[in-house]
Design a protein around this ligand. Structure first.
Ligand SMILES: Cc1cc2nc3c(=O)[nH]c(=O)nc-3n(C[C@H](O)[C@H](O)[C@H](O)COP(=O)(O)OP(=O)(O)OC[C@H]3O[C@@H](n4cnc5c(N)ncnc54)[C@H](O)[C@@H]3O)c2cc1C
Length: 368
């Protein structure tokens, strides 16, 4: 059986950053990455609409679920410096989102692949790990082959637009997986919104204590757009979402404005405020100045469900963070490390999920 010092399962952002950091610090260690797909970094290619939103300069408590467990390491991680050290120049947009200067995700995967080759890290693609046995060392079993490693890093990612048995592998080793669900995903609503399909509108969205200003895109059966994706991290079935389509105006100001339009066709005049189909929808449901103004400020929708993993950017849930040390070592199994999205950590839109993957991967790589 082939034997390595370190085996990393998963050649995504977390697994690759772990391998590179580890080899840099320990050039004499033998490292192998096992990847079930026929090539590395497949998900990275999809990120940021193909532009790879690889990080963000802003960091808030609300940026991550389970922030308490990761805040110290996240605050220390300088993502711009991290890429600069790798020779990758980044650019920043007005929201602090970071992209490679080339604005192409493929360039990031190309450079990561080149760095893996340059540092002579073995990458075995089309190797799906089916079981891990902890003996004195770890025996990592695949469909055709098994390998042995002294230390292992599980970086198997999540169910969002991918298949993985990473959760089961870790459960069999004694870890607990918190409930899994798709997030950063469009939201299905109970109300009929088909007439509004295709409308993009800026609004303040509120639900379960969360509130954010941004753009909503109405879909045939629900809501999409970055704002809806971020909302999906805070809502579940039956929850109420309130959209304020005129957050800069108070209810009274809005009422006065509508009052001033008396004797004119509101379905025409209010088009200066909101898209035509939205106005028609509101006027169908409200017929007094008061109720119209109220509906513009408090447009209520009820969550029917979230769309599935095939539309999701991330998975909520994963390995229970109470079982993970601050350096991402397992508290349950010695010499096992767990990084990236397979953990019960998730971030909002804007580069936070990749940033966590780079950070957790490189922390383990440096300390393993
Ligand atoms: C459409 C889309 C757009 C996104 N856009 C952004 C964005 O712009 N910015 C951002 O920050 N985040 C974005 N994300 C989220 C981000 O891509 C992930 O959070 C991040 O890639 C997670 O990194 P990871 O290394 O933990 O997992 P992954 O990148 O998923 O890597 C895990 C790897 O493990 C492999 N694997 C799984 N199981 C096994 C097994 N048993 N054996 C061998 N290999 C296995 C998988 O094939 C995969 O290659 C997006 C996600 C999607 C789906």
């Amino acid at each position: 059986m082939r034997k390595y010092d370190i085996a990393i399962i998963g050649a995504g952002a977390a697994g690759i950053s772990c391998a590179l950091a580890c080899k840099q610090k320990n050039p004499n260690k033998t490292i192998i990455i096992l990847e079930q797909n026929d090539r590395i970094g497949k998900k990275i290619l999809k990120t940021g609409n193909g532009k790879c939103n690889l990080g963000n300069v802003h960091l808030y408590e609300t940026s991550y679920y389970n922030w308490n467990y990761i805040q110290n390491k996240m605050k220390q991680f300088d993502v711009i410096k991290y890429f600069k050290k790798m020779g990758i120049m980044t650019k920043q947009d007005e929201q602090g989102r970071l992209y490679p200067y080339s604005e192409t995700a493929a360039s990031i995967v190309d450079i990561l692949r080149y760095e893996l080759e340059r540092q002579e890290i073995i990458v075995q693609c089309s190797f799906m790990v089916t079981n891990i046995i902890k003996d004195k060392n770890f025996i990592i079993q695949g469909m055709q082959d098994s390998i042995e490693a002294e230390k292992i890093v599980v970086a198997t990612g999540s169910l969002a637009q991918e298949k993985t048995n990473g959760y089961q592998l870790l459960e069999r080793l004694g870890h607990h997986i918190t409930p899994l669900s798709p997030r950063l995903v469009p939201i299905k609503v109970e109300e009929k919104v088909k007439p509004l399909q295709g409308i993009r509108v800026k609004c303040l969205a509120k639900a379960n204590g969360f509130q954010e200003y941004g753009e909503i895109l109405f879909k045939e059966t629900g809501l999409s757009g970055i704002l809806a994706l971020n909302l999906s991290r805070y809502v579940n079935k039956k929850d109420e979402i309130i959209l304020d389509f005129a957050p800069e105006k108070s209810f009274l100001e809005l009422k006065e404005y509508i009052k001033g339009l008396e004797n004119r066709d509101l379905s025409m005049m209010l088009r200066g405020l909101l898209p035509k189909m939205l106005i028609l929808d509101i006027l169908k449901k409200a017929d007094t100045i008061e109720t119209i103004a109220n509906m513009i400020k408090n447009y209520r929708l009820t969550v029917k469900d979230l769309y599935g993993y095939e539309f999701a950017q991330i998975t909520r849930g994963g390995v229970d963070m109470a079982e993970i040390k601050e350096d991402f070592a397992s508290k349950i199994i010695k010499n096992l490390y767990i990084v990236g999205e397979v953990l019960d950590v998730d971030g909002e839109c804007g580069g936070y999920n990749l940033m966590f993957a780079w950070m957790s991967g490189s922390i383990v790589g440096e300390n393993i």
